[in-house]
Design a binder for this molecule. Sequence first.
Ligand code: NAD
Length: 477
Amino acid sequence: MKTYRQYIDGGFRDSHSKDLIEVVNPFTEKVVATAANGDAQDAADALEAAQAAQAAWAAKPVIERAGYLKKMADVIRANRVELARTLVEEQAKISALAQVEIDVTAEYFDYYAGWARKYEGEIIESDRAGENILLFRQPIGVIVGICPWNFPFFVMARKVAPSLLTGSTIVLKPSSETPNTTFEFAKLVDTIGLPKGVLNFVSGRGSTLGDALVKSPITGMVTLTGSVEAGEQIIRATAPNITKTSLELGGKAPAIVCADADMDLAVKAVVGSRVIFSGQVCNCAERCYVEASVADEFMAKLGRAMAEVTFGDPFADPNPAMSSQISKEQLEKIEGMVQRAKAAGAEVLVGGERPDMPTGFFYKPTVLGKCTQDMEIMRKEIFGPVLPVMPFSDLDEAIALANDCEYGLTSSIFTRDINKVMRASNELKFGETYVNREHFEAMQGFHAGWRKSGIGGADGKHGLYEYLQTHVVYIQH
Ligand code: NAD
């Protein structure tokens, strides 16, 4: 069994706490590794190393910094199969999807390396004669990156790549449930000659290590991907230092299916978006609204498709469509939400219970009918393979129901009518809308939630600018 140590200032070391976290394979329920349960002293060590390394790192030409990102992409590709195996073991993601996550992460490092020669400052016209106004885009300093368990490898790159490219250094904390792939990556980073202190990885709990990282006056920006609850705690913890935060939080994505939609395509996309990684994806379709005139046809097709979703061993060949939930706690949360929905009048059309499996935290792919907007299942993030559905009478109502939500991450609409597409594009109040396709974003887009789904965002040009602060200089000559 592997034991992962902190990676601070270019070397591996034990945590001051000496305490360990056990990492459980959710499918086998067996402990597969231990990692440091880091404390405030580990946080201070990592932040001081990042701070000491930052000025020299920022002084390097950006193209040199980008060279290190390309090396990261290279070592990931050279170890792609082993990394995917580690990812499957620590979180029961089916191996095909784990492989996609590893490969896209390598591409992500290459993508941001490509921004080296592209991002720019500005020269602004002055009101005065003989004056130039220059707007520089400069690094923030030391970034703290905090990752969730659902895409631990990709989200790590989402924070590391723009930080390092723009001349900041970073301390990154993976989720205590899934530190393994991140620390396997730390071993690879250790071989590429990156200056020490530029990239530090520390493991531990959010309430202890995470809290110490975000509260420190050394921290220039906190970038969290996680739950709304963690986002709230981090806003409070960063308030005394007015530290910049970039928060990518939970969602409750609506999928709107209009009567004129290609029904088969809608069913395939909605089901795919609901069961990918066992329903544990922030932008997954979490609730569905279907036009009343086609509700019976849609529900019949949806029910058949969800009943056919396969689940099992994430390594099985061929892969099942999904596997175990991440933990017993998540499984119990899903179960509780379905029970409360039933008590409130929802009808289980498919699933609605745990399957009989020898090991693992499995929940059956589930469709709930007779749902109403006031039910918890239509309002709170489920993060499991459960789709509540309710009918709507016209597009006005569908858009109003979709927008009636405390989250605002992603949304989708299925229709062949360009006027409906344009209305949805203008009126849905979400960071992303997918039209006639599954819920999944691109690295050159901008993944940013409205309302409680977050502040700021990631990816593409706008995601890069999150990591840069402006400095305007007035030069009279
Ligand atoms: P979580 O909030 O429990 O934990 C996320 C990370 O925050 C972990 O590393 C945790 O240790 C840390 N943390 C928790 N409290 C903290 C605190 N007070 N101070 C500092 N760090 C703290 O989330 P999770 O269960 O790992 O992930 C699932 C959630 O993440 C879901 O709500 C999902 O929608 C969301 N998510 C959002 C996106 C997005 O891009 N918007 C992507 C993936 C996941």
